[in-house]
Write a protein that binds this ligand. Structure first.
Ligand code: GLA
Length: 402
């Protein structure tokens, strides 16, 4: 008879991710057409382009990597046609480049694309991933038995990972369903998908931002926006980035303009979402590179305070906010994002009051534009910007006292 012993993992041993994870995931571009060569080339491209030095460290294989059947011991098997060297060899290669290796499974009976998933195989699968050298597990929610609570299934996989003998970052992907925000931290997850799947067009980007602000909500009735629930150790995941997909690939439905991709990257950075690239990193154009390598914007995302952004006072028109979203930073500065989510030109405003600065404070506000480098003072603590549709102005604001 097998006896299970409950082992408590000490704080030092448990991985605590202090800032949002960054990396690359195969799904947005490759979907089911994932294979060893793509993974190896993408990992190499991350290093060749210096993206690892900016913090992009996880190389994650999403759905469709396995055979449709488990082996005679109930273990998952990597598809030998797609991964002829086996997963351990792929992991070793990714590690040899100084990167971390991620894989995908699902809390259901099969994955979203119909491959074997981990429901009731959690401990076997966690051990398999550990043996292969996996550092990150994205855990999806399709085909999850309705009679079982999501909370139980994610706790089960969380416990399996915590006891598999290897540190594996747990990336939950239940899209905010079943009030994920209320129980996700109890599962040991370091990040959790708070919204549905992204597509490469501005409607999809806008939809996700509005869900974060609780304007629209596709999955729950009593969920008050994901924005207050991210923070150190467990980050709201707004889904993989589409920057640079230019309408190509698995979720490349339409594509975005350069300005729209800048707005997308700025919002994901401000909201403290993990920054997982979804484009084909083997072929990055200059415009894309200028976005995903913007150190000042990445610094807002990786700010160690990990404070959640807020709107302060809200001026809504057609259920869309017209004032800046702001976020306090570790050194006392504020990140200020003026964003035009409308399809027409619109005046977007920022007022010092949003961050607690009234004239009586005697404080001056010095702004740096994170996309142009321009520096200026925000006179009278008020900024009025006529922004073109889907464009943004992203500022770091310093409080200056005479
Ligand atoms: C779900 C997830 C996506 C992706 C696919 C794979 O839709 O939300 O991010 O992992 O499954 O099938």
């Amino acid at each position: 008879m097998v006896r299970y012993q409950i082992v408590f993992i000490s704080e030092e041993k448990k991985m605590l991710k202090l800032t949002p994870p960054m990396g690359w995931n195969s799904w947005n571009t490759f979907g089911p057409n994932i294979n060893e060569q793509v993974v190896r080339e993408s990992a190499k491209a991350i290093v060749d382009n210096g993206l690892d030095k900016l913090g992009y460290e996880y190389v994650v294989i999403d759905d469709c990597w396995s055979l449709k059947q488990r082996d005679e011991n109930g273990r998952l098997v990597a598809d030998p046609e797609k991964f002829p060297s086996g997963m351990k060899a792929v992991a070793d290669y990714v590690h040899s480049l100084g990167l971390k290796f991620g894989m995908y499974s699902c809390a259901g009976t099969v994955t979203c694309a119909g491959y074997p998933a981990s429901f009731d195989y959690e401990f076997i699968d966690a051990r398999t991933f550990a043996e292969w050298g996996v550092d990150f597990l994205k855990y999806d929610y399709c085909y999850h038995p309705v009679a079982v609570s999501g909370k139980l299934s994610y706790r089960k996989m969380g416990a399996a990972l915590a006891n598999c003998g290897r540190e594996i970052l747990f990336s939950a992907c239940s899209w905010g369903a079943d009030n994920t925000h209320a129980w996700i931290r109890s599962t040991g997850a370091s990040m959790w998908r708070s919204t549905g799947d992204i597509h490469d067009n501005f409607n999809s980007i806008r939809d996700i931002i509005l869900q974060m602000l609780d304007v629209k909500n596709n999955y729950n009735t009593d969920f008050n926006g994901a924005m207050p629930f991210g923070g150190i150790g467990c980050f709201n995941d707004m889904d993989m980035l589409v920057v640079g997909m230019n309408g190509k690939g698995n979720v490349g439905l339409g594509g975005c303009t350069y300005e729209e991709y800048k707005t997308h990257f700025s919002a994901w950075a401000l909201f403290g979402s993990p920054l997982m690239l979804g484009s084909d990193v083997r072929d990055i154009d200059e415009q894309t590179k200028s976005i995903i390598t913007n150190r000042e914007v990445i610094a807002i995302n990786q700010d160690r305070l990990c404070a959640q952004p807020y709107l302060g006072y809200v001026r809504w028109i057609d259920e869309t906010p017209c004032n800046a979203i702001v976020k306090p930073l570790e050194n006392g500065d504020f990140a200020v994002l003026l964003i035009n989510l409308f399809d027409h030109e619109r005046l977007i405003t920022f007022a010092g009051e949003q961050i607690g600065i009234t004239p009586s404070t005697g404080v001056k506000l010095h702004a740096t534009d994170l996309w142009t480098g321009e520096q200026f003072e925000i006179h009278n603590h008020i900024l009025l910007e006529n922004l073109q549709p889907h464009c943004c102005k992203f500022l770091r604001v310093k409080l200056v006292q005479d």
